[in-house]
Design a protein around this ligand. Sequence first.
Ligand code: DX5
Ligand code: ZN
Length: 220
Amino acid sequence: MTKLEIAPSILPADFGQLGPTLQDLQAAGVDRVHWDVMDGVFVPNLTVGAPVIESCRRWSDLPFEAHLMIVDPDRHVESFVRAGCELVIIHAEATAHLHRSLGLIRSLGARAGVALNPSTPPSAIEYVMDLLDVILVMTVNPGFGGQRYLASVEPKIASLAALRDLTNPTTRIEVDGGVAPDTLAGVVENGGEIVVSGSALFAHPGGLRAGVEAFHAIAE
Ligand code: DX5
Ligand code: ZN
């Protein structure tokens, strides 16, 4: 098992203090920053766009990933790459031409990821595995932080890890939604290698670094 990577969701942060928060996250030892981009159409909420991410780029050396919970993502992919996201994750359910959309991300020099909502089967990405650097397995219905982890999705994590082993061993399995100390073991046991955590990490009683250390202790 490769060392667990932690990608905090920026959603619980004070959006008026994003710069200092990014510095705190870097000091706490996280591996990357997960920007939850919501358009109020694909999901009910509306959050940040590329200009905000671009203005935050100088505050941290951490890799930025954009989780685009937006319809027709092709319209905006380039702006997130230019804003400094080295990984762009789009929803399989948000584009009619997933193969072409993933190719667009890669043509811009970024790594390409696909997110699957809880009800979307692994077969949805069977024919694009060669284009995938990351599969983001949603363990909540997207649109909000602080939701309950859906343990029913765990068999899908294992299925996707098996599909990856068969088709593209370079693809990483990332899990997003309700990941916390009490749900992390199930994620890791089923093949999750990178975890997104928002509420559990930011609300950890010992602070961000203690939260990061607690996640690593559980995953070992
Ligand atoms: C939900 C987002 C997740 C979420 C994670 O639509 O994609 O990244 O904010 O937050 P927690 O860890 O609180 O579920
Ligand atoms: Zn997310």
